[in-house]
Design a protein around this ligand. Structure first.
Ligand code: ATP
Ligand code: MG
Length: 652
C-alpha cells in the first residue's frame, strides 16, 4: 500500500528529552536478553521492597510443567509503592485528575496525600467487613476515583481484586463473581456514561440471585439516584459513605510476597469464553511501571491520560498501577468519546493540559468517521505523544491520528500487548524508534518475539507467521485462575517451550513487527494466505468508509471467499454502485486476489465491550451458520447481530 513504507523519523526535540535514545535502546535490549537475571535484578530496584529479593528469575515454558516466578523471595506492597512512597516527595501533587461524564460537573484533583487517606479508609472498610489477605473481591464500579481507591485498598490488605467492567450485565457479573468466589462485591448506586444512567446496584442485586457466595455488597454513592435502595438487602449492603466515616484514616500495608496474587482479570472474550487471567505482585508492578515510564517517556509533571476503562487490563496497568507507581498525574475519565459530541476527548485534553494521550483504534476510527469539524475547534497544543492499543490500527486511521490530532508533532506509540502479558511487549519508544503507520515496531526490554510457521519452525528474517514469545518477562500472567491446565493448554501446547500469543504477525526487512490480527483471522483465497486486516485497511482507506470487518467463508472455487462488512461515514448512502466502486478500490490497493466477493453494508459491527470487532460472530454469519454464535455475553450491543443476520448477502 502507498503509505506502508513511509518512515516517520524521531523528531529532535523528542530525542533530546527522552529517557531512551536509539543507542541506549539497543544496548539495554541486548543486556536484557543476554542476561535477564542481571537486567531485571537491576530494574526491579525501581520499586520499594520491604525485603529485597535475592532471586530474580525462575521460569520455565516447558510443556506441561510451565512455572513462572519473578523476584520470588522479595516482599513488598503494591499500594505502598503507588501511594505511601510518594508522600515524602510529592504529597501535594495531583495523583488523579477525575473528569466526569457531564462537562458541567466540576472535575476533581486528588493529591497523593488525599489518595493515601482514601485508600486507607477503603482498606479499613474492607477489613471491617471481613475481607482477609488472599480473599477475592469483585469490583463493579464506574470510572470514578473510588475505583482506584478500591483497587489500591485491596492491594493494601492483600486481597485479590477482580474488576468487572460496569457495562456488563447482571448475568455476566454473576458468572465472574462465582468463578472466583468473591464474598464481597464493591459497586455504586449508579454509573453515568454519555448522559445515561447505568443501574449498577440493581444489577448486583440481580446477580446475587445467581451468586449466593456473596456476603457483603459495599455501595458507593455516586449519582445519589437510588437512595432508598442503598440497603435493599439488610445485613448484606454496606453504605460506603457512612462506613468510610467510621474507620481510621491510616492502615498499615500488608507484607506481600512478590508472587502473591494481585488481581484476576477476565479477557475481552473476542475469541471465546473469557479467561480469568491471574497476575501477581512484584513482577507485574516492575513491568507496568517500567513500560509506563519508557514507552510513554513519562517525565515528572506530565499529565497522562489513558482513555481505557479500569475494567480492562489497559486501565489496570496504565491508569492505575504503572502511573501511580511512577508518581505520575493520571487522568481518569468517566464518560465516552462521543458525549456531548465528538469533540469531547480534545476538549478534555485542552482543559487539563494533557501531554500524553493513549486510546484505542475503535475510538480513533469512530472520531475520524464523525468528521474533522469536531477536531478543528480545539487546540491540543499540550499534546506531546499519542498512543494506540487494542487492535491493529489501520494506516489510514494512524495517519489521521498523526496529522489531525497530533498535527505531525506527536509520535504515535502503537503498543501491542494482551491481558495475559500485564504490560506492553511490542512498541516504539518515542526517542528511539522511527515509526511506520500500522506497525507496533520493536520489542520492549526482555521481550523475545519470534514467528512460527504451521509446522513449528522458527522463521528468520522478513516473514509472516504466528507470533510467539520465547522467554518470560516479569509482567507475564502466572495462571488461569483455578484452571492451571487451561493456562498450559491455551498458551504453551501449540508450540512446545514457547508462549503462543494467538496473533498472526509479519516482520519486515527492518525487523519491525506488524500484527496482522488473530491467527484465526487469516484466510486462504485460491491458495493465497492473507490477513483480513490488510483488506480491512484497504477498505477503511476509501473516503466513504468508516469501519470494515473482513472474514472468510467457504467458496466453491477459491476455497475461501472474502466477505466484507462495511460501515459508511456519517452521511454516506449505501448502493450497488458503491459496492462496485469498493471492489475496484480494493483490487487497486492490494491486487485482484483480494477482490471482495461479498460486501454487506452494516450500520454497526458486533464489538466486545472494550470496542473490539468480534470476527468470530461475523464469520458465523458469513458461513450462514448463525444458529450457534458461541459466547455472546461480552457483546456491547447484541442488537446489531439481528440486523447483520437479516441483511446477510447470501440470500441474494
Ligand atoms: P480473548 O482473549 O478473550 O479472545 P482479547 O484477546 O480481545 O479477548 P485482550 O487481552 O483485551 O483480549 O486483547 C489482546 C489482543 O488485542 C491481542 O492478542 C491482539 O490481538 C489485540 N491487540 C492489542 N493491542 C494491539 C496492537 N497494538 N496491535 C494489534 N493488535 C493488538
Ligand atoms: Mg486474547
Amino acid at each position: 500500500m502507498t503509505t506502508a513504507n513511509k518512515i516517520y523519523y524521531v523528531p529532535d526535540d523528542v530525542k533530546e528529552r527522552a529517557f531512551i535514545d536509539r543507542p541506549t535502546y539497543h544496548s539495554m535490549y541486548y543486556e536484557s536478553v543476554e542476561d535477564p537475571e542481571k537486567f531485571w535484578g537491576e530494574h526491579g530496584k525501581r520499586l520499594d521492597w520491604i525485603e529485597p529479593y535475592t532471586k530474580v528469575k525462575n521460569t520455565s515454558f516447558e510443556y506441561p510443567n510451565v512455572s513462572i516466578k519473578w523476584f520470588e523471595d522479595g516482599v513488598l506492597n503494591v499500594s505502598q509503592n503507588c501511594v505511601d512512597r510518594h508522600l515524602k516527595t510529592r504529597p501535594d501533587q495531583t495523583a488523579i485528575i477525575w473528569e466526569p461524564d457531564d462537562p458541567e460537573t466540576p472535575a476533581k484533583h486528588i493529591t497523593y496525600k488525599e489518595l493515601h487517606e482514601e485508600v486507607c479508609r477503603f482498606a479499613n472498610v474492607l477489613l471491617a467487613n471481613g475481607v482477609k489477605k488472599g480473599d477475592t473481591v469483585t469490583i463493579y464500579l464506574p470510572m470514578i476515583p473510588e475505583a482506584a481507591y478500591a483497587m489500591l485498598a485491596c492491594a493494601r490488605i492483600g486481597a485479590i481484586h477482580s474488576i468487572v467492567f460496569a457495562g456488563f450485565s447482571a448475568e455476566s457479573l454473576a458468572g465472574r463473581i462465582e468463578d472466583c468466589a468473591s464474598k464481597v462485591v464493591i459497586t455504586a448506586d449508579e454509573g453515568l456514561r454519555g448522559g445515561k444512567k447505568v443501574p449498577l446496584k440493581k444489577n448486583v442485586d440481580t446477580a446475587l440471585n445467581h451468586a449466593p457466595v456473596v456476603e457483603k455488597v459495599i455501595v458507593v454513592r455516586h449519582t445519589g439516584g437510588l437512595d432508598p435502595e442503598m440497603v435493599s438487602n439488610p445485613g448484606v449492603d454496606v453504605d460506603y459513605s457512612r462506613a468510610r466515616e467510621e474507620v481510621a484514616d491510616v492502615c498499615a500495608p500488608e507484607e506481600m510476597n512478590a508472587e502473591d496474587p494481585l488481581f484476576i482479570l477476565y479477557t475481552s472474550g473476542s475469541t471465546g469464553k473469557p479467561k480469568g487471567v491471574l497476575h501477581t505482585t512484584g513482577g507485574y508492578l516492575v513491568y507496568a511501571s517500567m513500560t509506563h515510564q519508557y514507552v510513554f517517556d513519562y517525565h515528572d509533571g506530565d499529565v497522562f491520560w489513558c482513555t481505557a476503562d479500569v475494567g480492562w487490563v489497559t486501565g489496570h496497568s496504565y491508569i492505575v498501577y504503572g502511573p501511580l507507581a511512577n508518581g505520575a498525574t493520571t487522568l481518569m475519565f468517566e464518560g465516552v468519546p462521543s458525549y456531548p459530541d465528538a469533540s469531547r476527548f480534545w476538549q478534555v485534553v485542552d482543559k487539563h493540559k494533557v501531554n500524553i494521550f493513549y486510546t484505542a483504534p475503535t475510538a480513533i476510527r469512530a472520531l475520524m468517521g464523525a468528521g474533522d469539524k469536531f477536531v478543528e475547534g480545539t487546540s491540543r497544543e499540550s499534546l506531546r505523544l499519542l498512543g494506540s492499543v487494542g487492535e491493529p490500527i489501520n494506516p489510514e486511521a494512524w495517519e489521521w491520528y498523526y496529522e489531525k490530532i497530533g498535527e505531525e508533532r506527536c509520535p504515535i506509540v502503537d503498543t501491542w500487548w494482551q491481558t495475559e502479558t500485564g504490560g506492553i511487549l511490542i512498541s516504539p519508544l518515542p526517542g528511539a524508534t522511527d515509526l511506520k503507520a500500522g506497525s507496533a515496531t520493536l520489542p520492549f526490554f526482555g521481550v523475545q518475539p519470534a514467528l512460527m510457521d504451521a509446522d513449528g519452525n522458527i522463521l528468520e528474517g522478513p516473514a509472516t507467521g504466528n507470533l510467539v514469545i520465547l522467554d518470560s518477562w516479569p509482567g507475564q500472567m502466572r495462571t488461569v485462575f483455578g484452571d492451571h491446565e487451561r493456562f498450559v493448554e491455551t498458551y504453551f501446547s501449540a508450540y512446545k517451550g514457547k508462549y503462543f500469543t494467538g496473533d498472526g504477525c509479519r516482520r519486515d526487512g527492518d525487523d519491525y513487527y506488524w500484527i496482522t490480527g488473530r491467527v484465526d483471522d487469516v484466510i486462504n483465497v485460491s491458495g493465497h494466505r492473507m490477513g483480513t486486516a490488510e483488506v480491512e485497511s484497504a477498505l477503511v482507506a476509501h473516503p466513504k468508509v468508516s469501519e470494515a470487518a473482513v472474514v472468510g467463508y467457504p467458496h466453491d472455487l477459491k476455497g475461501q471467499g472474502i466477505y466484507c462488512y462495511v460501515t459508511l461515514m456519517e452521511g454516506e448512502e449505501s448502493s450497488d454502485d458503491l459496492r462496485v466502486e469498493l471492489r475496484k478500490w480494493v483490487r487497486e490497493e492490494i491486487g485482484p486476489i483480494a477482490s471482495p466477493d461479498k460486501i454487506q453494508f452494516a450500520p454497526g459491527l458486533p464489538k466486545t465491550r472494550s470496542g473490539k470487532i468480534m470476527r468470530r460472530i461475523l464469520r458465523k454469519i458469513a458461513e450462514d451458520d448463525f444458529s450457534n454464535l458461541g459466547d455472546t455475553s461480552t457483546l456491547a450491543d447484541p442488537g446489531v447481530v439481528d440486523d447483520l443476520v437479516e441483511n446477510r448477502q447470501h440470500k441474494a
